[in-house]
Structure formats: structure tokens, C-alpha cells
Design a protein around this ligand. Structure first.
Ligand SMILES: N[C@@H](CCC(=O)N[C@@H](CS)C(=O)NCC(=O)O)C(=O)O
Length: 218
């Protein structure tokens, strides 16, 4: 039995399927060729055990033998330490990967996630706060467009930082937020065309479809 166990929900509504953050972890595991298994926790009834692994009652978390990690960024960094296909060992390259990994989460997702929540809600009211958020995201996207123009990956090779950045950006693309950012769109096409992403995505969709088939009630 694999010593790496990824935990996600047993079921989610249709809207987030294909975007639940266990996908980032599946993707990294597939890229690294590390054996793992997936287990489920209830989406509706989140028990005490769930909160001991993920203090916000969210997913994903990963156990690696007796280690338990939550936060997709921390999990990906942990996996990157195990596989050179996710992060080179050279100190300069490693520093660049870790910097971009935090940039994806803390500079880009900090803008893209709240923006996406407005899109989910269908809220287009131009309040001052919303205008501020739109400008915040626009600035980050413009900077990513500049970064990605003429560049295949964030660093010299594909790494775990690309998994995070691509997953963050593709949610913006889902809501047509990348219409004016061709380099970002091409980067998403490049990253999500990788066999590891295709398998991770298909596996997540199959996981939730199996719950529907088993008669899971919304
Ligand atoms: N910062 C966390 C966020 C985790 C997160 O937002 N998980 C979502 C699924 S993608 C979730 O569990 N949502 C349900 C909830 O917040 O109750 C991470 O990157 O792991």
C-alpha cells in the first residue's frame, strides 16, 4: 500500500469539480511518479478527525507515513523535496522555485481568489472595493503576462511552481479573465496539456462522478 495518502471530499457540487485543490496534489504526484492513494472525507459532515488534519475543515491534506500536511502549497513543497522532477536541487534553482511557489499563492491567488468568488456569485456591482480588487488582479496579471512572454516555464525547467501558478491562473481563465493576456493563456494550454495534469484532472472528475453514481445526495 502507498505511504502517500491524499484526502479530498467524497463529493462536491458540479461548479468546483475540476478545480478542487486536491488536483494540485494529484498533478504533482503524477509528475513525480510517486505512488499514492486517495481517500475521502464527507463534504457535508466534517468530523473532529478532519479538523485535526486540516484546521479549517477544508481539503486537501496529505499524509506521508506519520507526517500529516495541509495547505496545498506546503504539500507541494514537501513533494518537491522528494522529487527532482518537481524541484531541482541546485540552490539557486531551488530558491527561484520556492519564490515562485509563494508568489503563486501569496501575490497572484491573493488577488485571483476573491475576484473569482465575485464571478461565482455573479456579482458585477462596481463598488469601490470591487474596483480596487479588479485593479489589484489586473496589475498581477499584467506582471505575469510580462513574466511569461517568451518563456516556457517560470524557471529553467517545469517545476512545482508551474503547477501552482497554472492552477491559480486557469481559474481566472475559467471566467474569461485572461482575454487580454495571451502569454498567460498559452502557458495554461502548455501546462494543462501535460499528461500528468490530464490524468489528475480525469481522476478528480471520476472521483466525484463515482459519488454521484453511488447515489450521493447534494
Ligand atoms: N489554502 C488552502 C485552501 C483550501 C481550500 O480552499 N479548499 C477548498 C476546496 S478547493 C475547500 O475545502 N472548501 C470548502 C470550505 O472551505 O469549506 C489550500 O491551498 O490548501
Amino acid at each position: 500500500m502507498a505511504d502517500l495518502v491524499l484526502t479530498t471530499y467524497d463529493w462536491v457540487p458540479d461548479m468546483p469539480r475540476g478545480y478542487v485543490r486536491d488536483l494540485r496534489v494529484r498533478w504533482a504526484l503524477e509528475e513525480a511518479g510517486l505512488p499514492y492513494r486517495v481517500q475521502s472525507v464527507p463534504f457535508h459532515e466534517r468530523g473532529a478527525e478532519h479538523f485535526t488534519h486540516q484546521p479549517f475543515g477544508q481539503v486537501p491534506w496529505l499524509t506521508d507515513d506519520d507526517l500529516s500536511l495541509f495547505e496545498s502549497g506546503a504539500i507541494l513543497l514537501h513533494l518537491a523535496e522528494r522529487s527532482e522532477s518537481l524541484m531541482p536541487t541546485d540552490p539557486n534553482a531551488r530558491s527561484a522555485v520556492i519564490s515562485w511557489l509563494f508568489a503563486a499563492l501569496n501575490s497572484v491567488e491573493a488577488a485571483s481568489l476573491p475576484w473569482s468568488l465575485y464571478q461565482f456569485a455573479g456579482d458585477n456591482q462596481q463598488t469601490p472595493g470591487r474596483q480596487h480588487l479588479d485593479a489589484f488582479l489586473a496589475a498581477r496579471l499584467q506582471q505575469m503576462e510580462t513574466t511569461l512572454t517568451g518563456r516556457e516555464w517560470l524557471t529553467d525547467t517545469f517545476t512545482v511552481a508551474d503547477i501552482l501558478m497554472a492552477d491559480v491562473l486557469r481559474l481566472v481563465g475559467r471566467f474569461d479573465g485572461l482575454a487580454d493576456h495571451p502569454a498567460c493563456r498559452a502557458y495554461i494550454t502548455r501546462t494543462t496539456g501535460r499528461p500528468a495534469f490530464i490524468k489528475a484532472h480525469a481522476d478528480q472528475m471520476a472521483h466525484f462522478a463515482a459519488a454521484d453514481k453511488a447515489g450521493h445526495q447534494p
